[in-house]
Design a protein around this ligand. Structure first.
Ligand SMILES: Cc1cc2nc3c(=O)[nH]c(=O)nc-3n(C[C@H](O)[C@H](O)[C@H](O)COP(=O)(O)OP(=O)(O)OC[C@H]3O[C@@H](n4cnc5c(N)ncnc54)[C@H](O)[C@@H]3O)c2cc1C
Length: 510
């Protein structure tokens, strides 16, 4: 078969790109090493009755006219692949000693709630929230495809955004002199970045925080349905998604990528695949090493010099004969910190591997949609997410599996102690299943180097002008993943759609 687009990896940006190309009449073939499609977005089944999405929790940009909706419309999926909105009055519930804050969609309401908690700092809070809005508006104009006339028209917002190019969230907290507890409440969704305020790019924080304010969503039929629907579009147009096929080598002649070698992991046989254009969804840095970094231009090599994002710890749990809605859970996430200072909390967990006072996210997917359940009727799924250090877990995994399992259990116990103390007194009594994932689990199942969670780390340096994009400097070869676009469900939709737009000329992003 002649393949127009040979795609390595079936992460979300690759599936979006592949589905759009297949839908436009191109032949598409995807090679995926894992047994499931979707990369970080794959779904797995345990004990034959519990289904967990590996990493996705909640997503943005799914409303009418936004990126995800535009792509789904183009594919004729928008009526079938629908989303449930989180509670706009409080989509993230932030809890820390002495304080709690429900983050609302309306910025004026956010200012009101924060000012009620910190009455002496009302002006500063209001100025900070206004600056966030203005910067967000400027960033929208600066996102590709850039329209120069729009930049001029919105000069004030664009100028406001540009001044924060090198800023961390902490820099901006400091500029507006926000009280420590207000900073913590605003930055408590740090697991969405796996970076604390003093390392996190202000741009990255704004994109996500404002994105969720405009609408936080969960797919009506779960994330697996979104992934399967994209695969179906590719297959129904004659394309192929070959699972259990690990690409081991790229074929390159005269700086032109012509195909790959891939091992069928079920037979251990190696096959060659060719394509007019090769799209790389696997980590760009890893792909460049496989190809030979010296073949890439100096500019691309500089852009490939990013640090990986931190990795994470996940606990996938099932509780039975209890309704978590009776304990303060619902159509929102809960973020907890035992520390007042998130920079310290992060360092304690990430650098010292000390989880005695953990900060973490709690999500409850079963409470977010009525359609189809991922577990039996008398059960509910609860997931806990926090940061974890790859080198530490890798060394445990390689040297002492018992110690590795013990550390995973120790983290779960620390989290469950907090849950029983502050949220659900008899949580353990109701827990009928749990499985935990570490950085090495990420690496094993999602093939992400160093178990990285979000591709390149979301620091100002990596989010700046030297950020990698689809261009590889090799012929017929393009990057298409979180590190060459942006991480997250909506951002990887955008990454795949933007590459489609650039290669096809079909302006679906406007
Ligand atoms: C813990 C965690 C929580 C998250 N929560 C959210 C959330 O709530 N909301 C949100 O919007 N985003 C979330 N994300 C981010 C989001 O999951 C990712 O940014 C996004 O899914 C990345 O997609 P991608 O296209 O870059 O591909 P990836 O998901 O990185 O997929 C790459 C694919 O390439 C395959 N591959 C790699 N090497 C090879 C090879 N040699 N041969 C063949 N195939 C190969 C891999 O198996 C994988 O399937 C979360 C991520 C993590 C880790």
């Amino acid at each position: 078969m002649k393949t127009d687009y040979l795609i390595v990896g079936s992460g979300l940006s690759a599936l979006v790109f592949g589905a759009l190309m297949a839908n436009s009449g191109k032949t598409v073939q995807i090679l995926e090493a894992h047994e499931h499609p979707g990369g970080f977005g794959h779904t797995f089944t345990m004990a034959k009755k519990y289904r967990f999405n590996a990493q996705f929790h909640y997503v943005w940009d799914c409303g009418e006219g936004h990126t995800v909706n535009r792509v789904l419309k183009k594919l004729g999926l928008d009526r079938d692949v629908t989303f449930e909105r989180y509670d706009p009055n409080g989509f993230d519930h932030m809890k820390m000693p002495g304080y709690s804050l429900e983050i609302p969609s309306e910025s004026a309401e956010l200012t009101r709630r924060l000012s009620a908690l910190f009455p002496e700092d009302g002006d500063r809070i209001s100025q900070f929230v206004n600056e966030v809005e203005k910067t967000a508006a400027g960033l929208k104009k600066l996102a590709p495809p850039i329209k120069p006339a729009e930049l001029l028209k919105h000069f004030s917002e664009v100028f406001c955004a540009i001044q924060y190019l090198n800023s961390t969230l902490q820099d901006v907290f400091d500029k507006f002199k926000l009280p420590q507890a207000a900073q913590t409440l605003l930055a408590l969704q740090w697991p969405d970045f796996l970076l604390p305020p003093n390392q996190l790019s202000f741009y990255a924080w704004i994109a996500l925080f404002r994105g969720y304010q405009e609408g936080a969503f969960y797919p009506t039929k779960h994330f697996e349905y979104v992934i399967n629907s994209l695969v179906k579009v590719i297959e129904s147009h004659g394309g192929k998604v070959l699972l259990n096929h690990e690409v081991t080598n790229f074929r390159v002649t005269d700086r032109t990528v012509t195909g790959v070698e891939a091992m069928d992991l079920t037979t251990h046989q190696t096959h060659e695949f060719t394509g007019d254009t090769v799209i790389c969804n696997l980590d760009p840095k890893k792909a460049a090493k496989m190809i030979g970094e010296e073949l890439f231009s100096k500019t691309v090599r500089r852009k490939l010099n990013y640090e990986y994002s931190a990795s994470n710890y996940m606990a996938y749990c099932v509780v039975k004969d209890i309704d978590l809605r009776d304990y303060g859970f619902g159509k929102w996430n809960t973020f907890h910190s035992g520390h007042q200072d998130l920079n310290q909390a992060f360092a304690q967990m990430y650098e010292q591997n000390d989880f005695s006072n953990p900060s973490f996210a709690i999500t409850t997917p079963t409470l977010l949609t009525e359609a189809g359940r991922d577990c039996p009727d008398d059960c509910q799924i609860v997931e806990f997410l926090t940061v974890a250090n790859y080198s530490y877990f890798k060394q445990l995994w390689d040297s002492d599996r018992k110690a590795y399992r013990k550390k995973k259990q120790e983290i779960l116990d620390a989290i469950l102690d907090v849950v029983e103390k502050h949220y659900v007194p008899n949580f353990r009594k109701h827990m009928v299943f749990h499985i935990t994932g570490s950085p090495t689990t990420n690496e094993r199942f999602c093939r992400c180097p160093n178990g990285n969670s979000y591709g390149s780390s979301l620091t100002p340096r990596n989010m700046g002008v030297d950020r990698l994009n689809h261009e590889t400097s090799l012929n017929n070869f393009y990057f298409c993943n979180a590190s060459s676009g942006y991480p997250g469900f909506a951002p990887t939709f955008w990454t795949g759609a933007l590459l489609y737009q650039r290669l096809s000329g079909d302006g679906i992003l406007g």
